[in-house]
Design a protein around this ligand. Structure first.
Ligand SMILES: [Zn+2]
Length: 178
């Protein structure tokens, strides 16, 4: 759980290089998903509607994977079934400079940044014309950073090159640790 805080921090510059991928439930290959919106849509019903290669145009399980896990990029595994952001809202993830974790926030229809559920409640109270949306439409859960994919040369400054892949996975309970 994250505790409150309404202040905005640095701009989400690491966001530009984010790529999105999902793992096929049958062949376990990773497939790139072209847009964040499409990814959020897949993620929102990942458990009841597992993703398969055949959902991608002209792709089948026979085709080589789009990407391999690791691949010199930072990977972060998203939780499945996060709600899609309500219409008019955007959900943003910002990676901390030390790669320790992500922070999630929403941009409201008025352009306000909200970093915690309490801020959403306050916004909905103060802006009754955006009714029809409830607090359960928001989720501040952040993806788990895969430590084995953190670049070695992290110095907290020149991380503009880092990219990350957001990947829903429902079967990462059996990690072996060395
Ligand atoms: Zn497949």
């Amino acid at each position: 759980m994250k505790s409150g805080g309404g202040a905005s921090q640095e701009p989400p510059k690491t966001q530009e290089r984010t790529e999105y991928a999902v793992q096929c439930a049958e062949c376990f290959k990773w497939r790139l998903i072209p847009t964040k919106e499409e990814f959020e849509d897949i993620r929102s019903r990942f458990i009841e509607d597992p993703w398969l290669c055949s959902k991608k145009p002209d792709v089948s399980c026979e085709d080589p994977a789009d990407i391999e896990y690791g691949n010199k990029k930072l990977w972060a595994i998203d939780k499945p079934n996060l709600p899609k952001p309500p219409v008019g809202y955007e959900r943003i993830l910002v990676l901390r400079k030390d790669f320790s974790k992500f922070d999630a926030y929403y941009i409201t229809p008025t352009g306000k940044r909200v970093r915690a559920p309490s801020g959403i409640e306050k916004f909905l109270e103060e802006n009754p014309k955006y009714k029809g949306v409830t607090i359960s439409d928001f989720n501040f859960a952040v993806p788990k950073i895969m430590e084995d994919t953190i670049p070695k040369d992290v110095d907290g400054k020149n991380s503009a090159n880092s990219s990350k892949r957001m990947t829903p996975s429902i079967n990462d309970d059996d990690d072996d640790d060395d």
